[in-house]
Design a protein around this ligand. Structure first.
Ligand code: KG4
Ligand code: ZN
Length: 334
């Protein structure tokens, strides 16, 4: 099929999303229903609440994605769905919907890895060119991935504890900011200076792994000690200092990964790529080192089905199809 038209479905966390993508590069629709407001009062995503919400929204969202793309089920080539990783109860809703569609229409079914989706978001802006390194930073992941060609992923590094987005969310909580904390810290940091000395977890000299839990503890200790002494640390300075530490380590390890693999292309992906300091610093460092940096627009950085439909298209073209035994895999390996 020279002109594949793929419906993508994403329900791995707190966004119910469906999208239609043509030829793996043209976004015809990308409907995203965020549950942010629902989870906000709990200070984080509540899995049962998320699944229930997905069930309520999924049928409408799929119909809306088809309507906006001005296509019907009969026009489609395949249905692609996030198979994992993610919240199992949330993933199951998307997987069930995709299987039902596939079963009733005979459309081929494709199971997509959520991280592959985040990387392929970039392809909707400019074609991925291989070999490349991707820095995937989200609420659940912090990974450096090498891709030699379509559908081939090699993990170079990962977080050993908290994901970068998770660290942002936890530190925000300590600072009394609402969930999700990433955008809040980003905003607050702009009004502060990174004057507070916080650690950088470089780990072993040649390691491309990450660790953010020590940094989170350092922030908590700083606040605690200041409180005991009856002093006050400006929250904006703490936010700026924390962000600087995260951004510095992410940036330098990404550059190191690119140079270690002797490639000259870096793709940024995942919700944390919305961070203004990370975008700025990565851009500057890539410019210095002669690395081509690809950063998707904000709405494609966070969870959306457009990225799943895109990654799914390349799997479909490669014949990587799933059967009716496709299951949600909360810990799916890339
Ligand atoms: O990719 P995503 O939408 O969902 C996951 O798959 O996790 O990423 C959400 C994460 C949250 O932790 C959120 O706080 C973080 O991305 N985030 C940010 C920013 N915008 C979103 N972190 C730092 N700065 C931002 N501007
Ligand atoms: Zn994500």
């Amino acid at each position: 099929n020279q002109n594949p038209l793929v419906l993508g479905i994403e329900t791995s966390c707190d966004e119910t999303s469906a999208a239609v993508v043509e030829k793996g590069e043209r976004l015809l629709s990308n409907v995203i229903s965020s549950q942010m407001k629902v989870h906000r009062r709990f200070g984080g995503v509540v899995p049962e609440v998320a699944s229930r919400r997905h069930v309520e929204r999924i049928t409408d969202i799929i119909q809306q994605a088809l309507d906006e793309a001005k296509v019907t089920l009969a026009d489609l080539s395949a249905v692609a769905v996030t198979q994992g990783p993610g919240l199992v109860g949330a993933l199951l809703i998307g997987v069930s919907a995709a299987k039902a569609l596939s079963f009733s229409t005979g459309l081929p079914l494709v199971g997509v890895h959520h991280i592959a989706g985040h990387i392929y978001a970039s392809h909707l802006v400019e074609p991925l060119q291989f070999p490349l390194v991707a820095l995937v930073v989200s609420g659940g992941h912090t990974e450096l991935i090498y891709m030699s060609e379509h559908n081939r992923f090699e993990r170079l590094g990962r977080t050993r504890d908290d994901a970068a987005g998770e660290a942002f969310d936890k530190v925000a909580r300590v600072l009394g900011l609402p969930y999700p904390g990433g955008p809040e810290i980003d905003r607050l940091a702009r009004t502060g200076t990174p004057a507070i000395d916080l650690p950088r977890a470089w780990l072993e000299p040649d390691s491309l792994d990450f660790s953010f839990s020590g940094l989170k503890s350092a922030v908590i200790n700083r606040l605690h000690n200041a409180k005991q002494r009856g002093e006050e640390i400006p929250a904006a300075d703490l936010a700026a200092s924390f962000q600087e530490s995260v951004v510095e380590v992410l940036t330098e390890k990404a550059i190191r990964a690119v140079q270690g693999k002797e490639v000259d292309r870096l793709v940024l992906a995942g919700g944390v790529s919305a961070n203004s300091a990370l975008r700025k610093q990565l851009k500057a460092r890539c410019m210095e080192e002669g690395i081509h940096l690809s950063v998707p627009p904000l709405e494609l950085c966070t969870d959306n089905a457009g990225m799943i439909a895109t990654a799914g298209t390349f799997q479909y073209l490669d014949g990587q199809l799933a059967g009716m035994d496709l299951n949600a895999e909360p810990n799916l390996k890339l």
